[in-house]
Design a binder for this molecule. Structure first.
Ligand code: SF4
Length: 345
């Protein structure tokens, strides 16, 4: 049995931590809805995915595709318009209603912009102490400081950073504080919303390696949201590709990279720069911008930009179907959507 198969079997046998079933999140478009007569911004439009305990799940797509909204729905920061969001088989809105604090200890978040996620008026020591003060008021000030220092050391900073203000730290150091703060209460899962996109490229790799190390050391479940497939690749066991509020492909990392089934994934992969000057790669340029989520195209939402569009694509919406073990795609080019059993790609 090869290594990849063993890893795959191990992953698929893990218990499901978060389950989304046909989740929709629509927002009102305010006065534009009244003028245009259109209904709502369909940020997330019928997403079903399972995230397994201890896995790192990458969620990738262009800006505006709904991936950050989906992360916030999982955290309970946005209430889903319809569908079910389950955490260990329990409805998360019930969990929040019954014991908000206990739920918050289980799932934490790392934000995109480390500068705006830290209060500039508070020293790092105060920022790090906040979760302990709220959730563990029984701890003494000394114990909180000791725990905060240990967390900073875990993320590559030092105890003396507790006495610094955020403006005295670099962007990478601030994001390390954000990671340490997210780890403070020993969560089972962390939602990382574009955690490296505001950082310099050289720092991005350090922060990704740090998250990778912490995930393995503490057996964390990570939802890693990014517009950059290259960044997601380094950290993810499985990857979901999102387009205009829908998941269009889900596959284990290597499978998605080497045998993508959806034309949109092909296009995203073709845009990744390669370092070898001798290697040839044909870039697939998508026409136009992402259509409006208030008025998505009929049929396949990608049909207005798809280089492989078929006649049926504008009429019938393809379903997310299995194309291989643990690999799903929503495209009429894939076998079940065509009604035959031939494997494509
Ligand atoms: Fe392209 Fe059609 Fe597949 Fe959509 S269903 S991705 S338009 S080929």
């Amino acid at each position: 049995m090869n290594k990849e198969h063993t890893a795959h079997d191990e992953l698929s046998s893990k218990r499901i931590l978060v389950s989304l079933v046909k989740v929709k999140k629509y927002f009102s478009d305010g006065w534009r809805s009244l003028l245009s007569g259109s209904s709502k911004v369909r940020a997330v439009d019928g997403v079903s995915i399972d995230i397994r305990a201890g896995e790192s799940f990458g969620l990738v797509g262009e800006s505006g595709c709904g991936k950050s909204t989906l992360g916030r729905v999982i955290l309970g920061l946005h209430k889903a318009s319809s569908g079910n969001v389950l955490y260990k088989d329990d409805d998360i809105y019930n969990l929040i209603r019954n014991n908000r604090k206990a739920f918050r200890r289980q799932i934490q978040m790392i934000f995109q912009d480390p500068s705006s996620s830290l209060n500039p008026r508070k020293k790092i020591g105060r920022i790090m102490a906040d979760p302990f003060v709220i959730h563990h008021p029984e701890l003494s000030g000394k114990a909180v400081r000791r725990k905060s220092a240990a967390l900073l050391e875990e993320v590559g900073l030092s105890a003396y950073h507790l006495d610094r203000y955020p403006h005295e730290l670099s962007g990478g150091q601030k994001q390390r504080v954000g990671i340490a703060r997210a780890m403070a209460l020993g969560p089972e899962m962390i939602v990382c919303d574009e955690p490296v996109s505001a950082l310099d490229v050289s720092i991005q790799a350090q922060v990704i390696n740090l998250l990778d190390r912490l995930q393995k050391k503490f057996n964390l479940t990570l939802l890693f949201i990014s517009h950059d497939l290259n960044v997601v690749h380094h950290l993810s066991d499985r990857i979901g590709v999102m387009y205009l509020g829908k998941i269009v492909e889900i596959a284990p990392r290597n499978r998605l990279y080497h045998q993508p089934a959806h034309p949109y994934t092909h296009a995203l992969l073709s845009a990744i720069p390669i370092s070898d000057p001798d290697e040839q790669k044909q870039r697939i340029l998508l026409k136009g911008d992402l259509p409006s989520p208030s008025d998505p195209p009929a049929g396949c939402r990608f049909h207005t930009r798809c280089p492989e569009v078929l006649d049926i694509c504008s009429q019938l919406e393809p379903q997310l179907v299995s194309v291989a073990a643990d690999h799903y795609a929503a495209c009429h080019l894939s076998h079940d959507n065509r009604g035959d059993r031939s494997i494509v790609h």
